[in-house]
Design a protein. Structure first.
Length: 314
């Protein structure tokens, strides 16, 4: 049981399972809330305990349905702020709209910045998130942002598998830094898939930079959404002589045709984390889910105790 200063952890409905794992790790009970819908669809939230003077952490990924989960989070933050919470720390295991981080065409919105403005206006004193699609989103805030990564968890899993003669592959140029960090943790070389995306959710593999022939491949990405990139990448790697293909990511969005594509894909195993829940209808034998709850729980304790969060990744 955590016996430090006044710490309370609340959860929205987006990923209650992860929240329950986090409070078990931290050693505090989950805050009492009631989330209801009026007949017209409006969200009503009731906080069932005093939060006066407490440091509050709200766990709520902005995952599908993103708009519902975001609105639920904003209303819960407003309720806690008006109930005299000392601080409101927003824990976003998955930062929805992160892929809309810049203008790529005339008159495009920058929705990731809008999310930052909404959370700040609702009363966030700090944001804790994991593996942002674009790291510069941290700069959209004028409050502290703690950016966690699941790479140590993924690296430990693959290290324990004892794969030999392996290589880490980035599915595109934008993921090279992520692939290099995983490769360094596993003491492996990297390769890169040069990918072109003619339109959103459509990927076209061009060619592979690096040696993959005869090797076990670990493809790493931050998000797997429709699974087009990872499936095309696996096929291209095997065409280039790779022995077998593993894939891993932090955020299993798995929308649209993703599950059918993955079921038919030449991927031996897909390793994901529980930043987004994988419902029963999306669970495949080849999907392995790792928990980020201990990491997020330790981060919450260190933030609450005003200790370094970066020490978690040394």
């Amino acid at each position: 049981m955590y016996r430090g200063r006044k710490l309370k952890i609340f959860s929205g409905t987006a990923n209650l399972g992860l929240s329950e794992e986090i409070v078990e790790h931290v050693g505090v009970p989950l805050g009492i809330t009631e989330v209801k819908r009026f007949s017209d669809g409006e969200i009503a939230i009731y906080i069932g305990e005093s939060v006066r003077g407490a440091d509050i952490f709200i766990v709520q990924p902005i995952s599908c349905p993103a708009n519902e989960n975001l609105m639920e989070l904003l209303i819960m933050m407003d309720a806690l702020k008006r109930a005299s919470a000392k601080s409101i720390n927003t824990v976003l295991p998955y930062y929805g709209y992160a892929r809309q981080d810049r203008k790529t065409r005339a008159r495009d919105p920058i929705t990731a910045k809008l999310i930052a403005d909404l959370l700040t206006a609702a009363g966030a004193n700090r944001v804790i998130t994991m593996d942002l699609h674009a790291g510069q989103i941290q700069g959209f805030y004028n409050i502290p942002v703690d950016h966690l990564t699941s790479l140590p968890i993924l690296a430990k899993y693959f290290e324990e598998k004892g794969l030999t003669d392996a290589v880490v592959v980035s599915p595109d140029m934008g993921g090279v830094t992520r692939a290099r960090e995983l490769a360094e943790r596993l003491h492996l070389r990297i390769a890169i898939i040069d990918k072109r995306r003619p339109e959103p959710n459509v990927a076209q593999v061009m060619h592979i930079i690096g040696q993959v022939k005869g090797k076990t491949v670990i493809m790493v990405d931050d998000i797997i959404d429709t699974a087009g990139t990872v499936v095309l990448g696996a096929e291209a790697l095997l065409d280039q002589g790779a022995k077998e293909v593993y894939a891993c990511c932090t955020h299993p969005v798995l929308s649209g045709p993703a599950i059918k594509r993955l079921a038919d894909a030449p991927i031996k195993e897909l390793v994901v984390t529980n930043t987004i829940p994988v419902p029963p209808e999306k669970q495949l034998d080849k999907i392995r889910v790792l928990s980020v709850a201990p990491l997020m729980g330790d981060a919450i304790i260190r933030i609450h105790e005003e200790l370094s969060v970066s020490k978690l990744f040394d």
